[in-house]
Design a protein around this ligand. Structure first.
Ligand code: FO1
Length: 310
């Protein structure tokens, strides 16, 4: 049995909620969150990193929990102005949220890396655990549909995730950042959050240098499917169109395959999972902070029971 730092892999809102529970259950030096940047986009000339920002805002307790993205108590006056000028209004940046994108874009132009910038943002927001973009260079998630190929946000937000997904691929050959690789070298346990495996976790795993390091570590995952439905987002349709699998927790375990040493599902969702894979069935839907903390503690206890971590 080994003990030590935990690396947490995450996409957007579901992943950030469990991160919140882990953040309040572990000393900050034991938790590092590695976050998907495949959803990033340049919008209104600004660099926007939705999953990084969801993680930053959630851990800083300033997120809009209801909406699932952006900041609480947000206003959209700049968006109204952009609309008046005939600009692009399919992707909404809030007035307060703009400060993050303005500063990130300015610092990028001045030569800072996305890792350094995220470090500045999280320090300013009072977040004590590191939040790492998977890569410092662009690596964009592309969605192939019957009517053409779209960037991820164009597909999810502008096209409302309606076009069928025939293939997902990543544009750009960016490697993992050195900070990500160091965190994985130090890690003693990897937890994969309840995020979409195809478009939130796979971009991280497929970043050169990551999968082989993770394969050497004990890995637990939490199912993003509860009772046959994705807790949020387009995963159910993707399981069907990309793999021909049902929207069930077992399909996500099948996706990760031999990477997993344990799997956490909602009560009643354990059916059909390979009997060789240890499963914890518990309450996994996180609507409140205490549910996030309870799930985090259940995941950590499960890792200890399995002898993977102490
Ligand atoms: N999601 C939407 O459905 N509509 C939006 O206009 C939108 C704007 C937006 C701005 C900043 C941000 O950080 C996230 C935003 N999101 C929006 C959410 C985003 O598309 C998704 O949460 C993630 O990319 C999925 O992980």
């Amino acid at each position: 049995m080994s003990s030590g730092p935990l690396v947490y892999l995450s996409g957007g809102v579901g992943g950030a909620r469990l991160a919140h529970g882990l953040y309040y259950s572990l000393p900050p030096e034991l938790l590092t969150c590695i976050v998907n940047t495949g959803d990033d986009l340049v919008h209104w000339g600004l660099q926007v990193c939705p999953d990084l920002d969801t993680m930053l805002y959630t851990l800083a307790d300033v997120a809009d929990v209801e909406r699932g993205w952006g900041l609480a108590s947000e206003t959209f006056e700049a968006l109204a102005g952009v609309k008046r000028y005939g600009g692009e209004s399919w992707f909404a940046l809030g007035d307060r949220d703009l400060a993050t994108h303005l500063m990130r874009s300015e610092w990028l132009r001045a030569g800072a890396t996305l890792t350094q910038i995220t470090e500045r943002l999280r320090t300013a927001l009072g977040v004590r655990a590191p939040i790492l973009p998977m890569s410092d260079a662009p690596r964009e998630t592309m969605i192939e549909t019957p009517s053409g190929t779209l960037s991820f946000q164009r597909w999810l937000v502008e096209a409302r995730a309606v076009p069928r997904v025939d293939r997902v691929w990543f544009r750009g050959d960016a490697a993992a950042s050195p900070t990500v690789l160091e965190a994985l070298e130090r890690a003693r346990l990897v937890v994969i959050g309840p995020s979409n495996p195809y478009v939130s976790i796979e971009p991280i795993l497929a970043t050169p240098g990551v999968r082989e390091r993770i394969a050497r570590l004990p890995v637990l995952a939490v199912s993003p499917i509860v009772h046959g439905k994705a807790v949020k987002g387009p995963l159910a349709g993707m399981l069907q169109s990309l793999s021909g699998w049902p929207a069930e927790a077992r399909s996500v375990a099948r996706y990760y395959g031999s990477l997993l040493r344990g799997y956490v599902v909602e009560h009643g969702d354990h059916l059909g999972i390979d009997s060789a894979l240890p499963v914890l069935a518990t309450h996994t839907v996180m609507k409140t902070r205490s549910e996030s903390r309870d799930l985090a503690q259940a995941v950590l206890s499960f890792a200890k029971e399995l002898g993977l971590w102490s």
